[in-house]
Write a protein that binds this ligand. Sequence first.
Ligand SMILES: NC(=O)c1ccc[n+]([C@@H]2O[C@H](COP(=O)([O-])OP(=O)(O)OC[C@H]3O[C@@H](n4cnc5c(N)ncnc54)[C@H](OP(=O)(O)O)[C@@H]3O)[C@@H](O)[C@H]2O)c1
Length: 315
Amino acid sequence: MKAAVVSSFDSAPRYAEFAAPVPVGPHDLVVDVIASGLHPRVRSQADGTHYTSTDTLPLVPGVDGVGRGADGLLRYFILADTTVGAMAEQTVIDTRRSIVLPEECDPIAIAAAVNPAMSAWVALRQRIEFRAGQQVLVLGATGNAGRMAVQVAKLFGAQQIIAAGRNAEQLAALPALGATDTVLLDGDAGRLGRAAADVDVVIDYIWGQPTTTAMVAVITDRADRAKPLTWIEIGSVAGPTASIPSAALRAARLEIVGSGQGSVSTHEILAELPALAQEITKGTFDIAARPTPLSDVERAWAETARTTERIVLTP
Ligand SMILES: NC(=O)c1ccc[n+]([C@@H]2O[C@H](COP(=O)([O-])OP(=O)(O)OC[C@H]3O[C@@H](n4cnc5c(N)ncnc54)[C@H](OP(=O)(O)O)[C@@H]3O)[C@@H](O)[C@H]2O)c1
């Protein structure tokens, strides 16, 4: 079969022949892949930098997607760590790590949106007890996951949604999606502190130094330091480590939690997916997707640096 094949962690996958997948376990099902998203998680899988990566090559990247098996059902699936990923004409899924999709859904929208949308959805549902009426800061709101976080927070009834990011053009589009205020991350932390001083929850995609700066700014301007502030670490586009000032943890009722593969079980993630897929199918979210033929995988890899849309490969 044809697939996107990684033969070296130093170069982009190539469109090439790869051995067709073979089911092994009782829940394995070979599916014809219809769509698979080129998420940051897939890039780190393909360049060997993700924390779950092994040195095994060659590999087919792709951690999730939409496909149809011999049972005729349309499914969204999340793959376990494997060298036969979703960016191929076929892959083998564990049906227990899949949900059956409504036939009327758009596979491109599902493949583009579930990964970025579930980051905030699962965090607010499974990692904390988010309540309608609470105030949210989305730190790093201009990426695909951040844009979805704004929309998920709105759907869940957030009273205030402050969207912060460094891309002015992308930021300007966020009030139409539910942001009640926007803050350009341009080095002046004062504005962020004033705008977000009273939030209940921070959904953080950035980490690194910008998170340290933002945390200090929010806590410094906080009127009621005893009001709980839950900081959810979800992404780390600015760096894998951040210095947390000890005073931040003492001077405010700050709690830092993470949300992602591991801190949330696959079972817990799957429990949220039918409702999320339903909202995507209903058209609740504005989804920036760019379908691209699998045969163009090399060009698609280069394109991710230039587009804010989520590239979705279609075999
Ligand atoms: N834990 C989970 O469940 C989960 C799920 C999905 C995604 N994630 C993680 O969330 C992060 C974002 O994912 P995504 O899908 O939104 O990726 P994406 O669409 O590629 O967006 C990343 C965004 O980060 C911004 N950015 C990069 N460096 C930045 C910096 N130093 N300061 C501020 N913004 C910066 C970029 O904006 P500009 O360059 O335009 O400024 C870009 O829009 C990634 O780390 C991803 O691995 C986690």
